[in-house]
Every structure is written in C-alpha cells, then in structure tokens.
Design a protein around this ligand. Structure first.
Ligand code: NAD
Length: 285
C-alpha cells in the first residue's frame, strides 16, 4: 500500500497552534500583518496570494496586498519596499515572484529586512542553514521547511538516508539540500546538467523533485525494491490540470509513499509562511 503524503492533517494541526499564538499576540496589541507586494497582475501569482490571504484570515492575522503597476521604476519600487521595512505596523513582507523585467536585475531576496523576511530568502536567514541549524525558531525558507515537516509528520526517517533533490534553485533545491543534510540525510543535489538522473534516483531512499517539468519522473526512475519516498514539489499545467513533476499514476504503485499535487507540498509551503509570520511577530514583540 502506498502512503499518500497529504498536507491536510499537518495543516489542521498547525492551524490550531498558530491561531492560539496569533490570539496571544493580538491580546498584547500586536496583531500580525502580512504585506504582499505584487508587481503587475500575473494570474498564477494572484492565485498564490489568495491562498496566503485565506490562511492569514483563518488564524486571525491581518493581510494586505500592495499591487504595483508593472511599469514601476527600480527607484520607486525600492522606495516602496523600504517604506514597508520601516513601518512598525508591518510584521512580514513578501515580494511576490516573478517581478517585472525592469526589476529582475535587483537582488530581490535581499530587499526585505531580515526581521520581516517571512519567505526566509535573505542571506541573514539562510545563513542559519549553512551553520547547520535544525532550529524551528529561525525564519527558514518556507518550501524546504514545509517538506521536512511533512516527512516528519509521516514519520519518514531522514538520518542516514540517501535523499536525491532534483533542482538547485535558491528558493527550493539549494536550501532543501542543506536542511536535509542538517537533519543527517546524505544528499545528492541533481540539476539540469546532471547525467543519468535515473541511476541516482534508483539508489535513493527519498526523491524530491523541484524542477517544474510535468512527467519528468516516471517508472524508469524508480527501483520498486527500494520502497522509495517521493516528494513532488513541481507545479505545472498539463491538459489544463495542475500536475507535479512526477507521472503520478505510473510512479505511485512502485513507491512506499508519495506526495500528491495538489494537496501535498503546496499547502505545506503556505502554512510554513504563516508560521514564519507568527514567529517574526513574536520575535519583534
Ligand atoms: P527554478 O526554475 O528556479 O529551478 C528549476 C531547477 O530545475 C533548476 O535548478 C534546474 O537546474 C533544474 N532542472 C531543469 N531541468 C531539469 C532536468 N531535466 N533534470 C534535472 N533538473 C532540471 O524552479 P523553482 O522555483 O525551484 O521551482 C521548481 C518547481 O517547483 C516549479 O514547478 C514551481 O512552480 C514549483 N514550486 C512549488 C512550490 C510549492 O509550494 N508547491 C514552491 C516553490 C516552487
């Protein structure tokens, strides 16, 4: 029987805890406020933002969206973010990616002040990963944090296990590989130039795909004797449907556990973001 690594039970548990912590902050006169900065009106971004807003409302936190014109200059954009950095009412700031072409040359991940960087992308926050942290009281990048917590909830051991992470982006693959290493997994970080990917995935205990290519991982990447755990981070559209990187119907009967898309890593990322908002608020007060 393949275990489905669904986020919902983990999310439900976390909502109960975060609602209590949010109430306690409100009683102290410090209602957490999440501010999202969106440049333009990318439809996928608007969907992600709606999910963040909904979750803020669920736990009792405040949410505000600053939607900026796609023609905004670098100077005006930087001034806008700096104003939010300085505003004591704002607890956490997210610059929703992607930004406009004009702004792409800015080091977006370094613009939000570390105390309000609830995405966990600022060098000051990722430094904890380099230092080997497994602490939960740091603003860690949300998707890696959510993945490890999903694995923990389903009691999937990491210590001594071989994890193959596919994709080396700044927001998922790289920080995830460090977080898994800090939890004593042996990590292989694969990417677009990796040769013979299937040779690596077939000897993995855990495969985590964060590429963004539908049906990249198929039966040929799995050794059914290994009882592999598969985590699918990908969010792709195939025949008008949201799918991951893994060809689910083909792979799921061959593995011990697999995260579904939707309903797996996506909600874990959102709840980790909300957890970072509460943590940031607690630290600020
Ligand atoms: P990215 O484009 O920044 O990075 C993709 C990585 O995949 C690169 O490092 C590249 O080297 C690697 N890659 C490309 N083709 C490959 C191949 N054929 N074989 C092996 N590696 C290959 O992407 P990202 O921002 O890390 O996002 C990856 C995917 O995860 C996207 O689908 C994105 O939508 C999704 N995502 C989901 C969540 C979530 O919460 N579920 C969060 C973040 C990203």
């Amino acid at each position: 029987m393949t275990t489905l690594l669904k986020a919902q039970p983990v999310v439900d548990q976390k909502i109960a805890d975060l609602t209590k912590r949010c109430q306690s902050l409100i009683q102290k006169g410090k209602r957490p406020l999440m501010k999202v900065v969106l440049v333009g009106n990318n439809p996928a971004s608007l969907t992600y933002i709606r999910n963040k807003k909904k979750m803020c409302e669920t736990i009792g936190a405040e949410f505000e969206l600053d939607q900026l014109d796609s023609s905004i200059s670098k100077t005006d954009f930087l001034a806008h973010v700096e104003k939010l950095n300085q505003n004591p009412k704002v607890t956490g700031i997210i610059i929703q990616l992607p930004v406009s072409n004009e702004l792409k040359s800015l080091r977006i991940s370094q613009l939000v002040t570390p105390e309000k960087d609830i995405d966990g992308f600022h060098g000051h926050n990722t430094q904890w990963l380099y230092e080997g942290s497994i602490q939960t009281n740091h603003l860690l990048p949300c998707t890696p944090k959510g993945i490890v917590e999903l694995l923990d909830y389903y009691q999937i051991p990491l210590k001594g296990k071989h994890a193959v992470v596919i994709g080396r982006s700044l927001i998922v693959g790289k920080p995830l590989s460090m977080l898994l290493s800090n939890r004593n997994a042996t990590v292989t970080l694969a990417h677009s130039k990796t040769e013979n990917l299937a040779d690596l995935t077939k000897i993995a205990d855990i495969i985590i795909s964060a590429v963004g290519k539908a049906e990249l991982i198929t039966a040929k990447h799995i050794n059914p004797a290994k009882k592999t755990v598969v985590v699918d981070v990908g969010m792709n559209t195939l025949h008008d449907k949201l799918v991951g990187d893994v060809k689910f119907d083909e792979v799921s009967p061959l593995v011990a556990a697999i995260s579904p898309v939707p309903g797996g890593v996506g909600p874990m990322t959102v709840i980790s973001l909300i957890e970072n908002l509460i943590l940031a608020s607690e630290k600020q007060s």
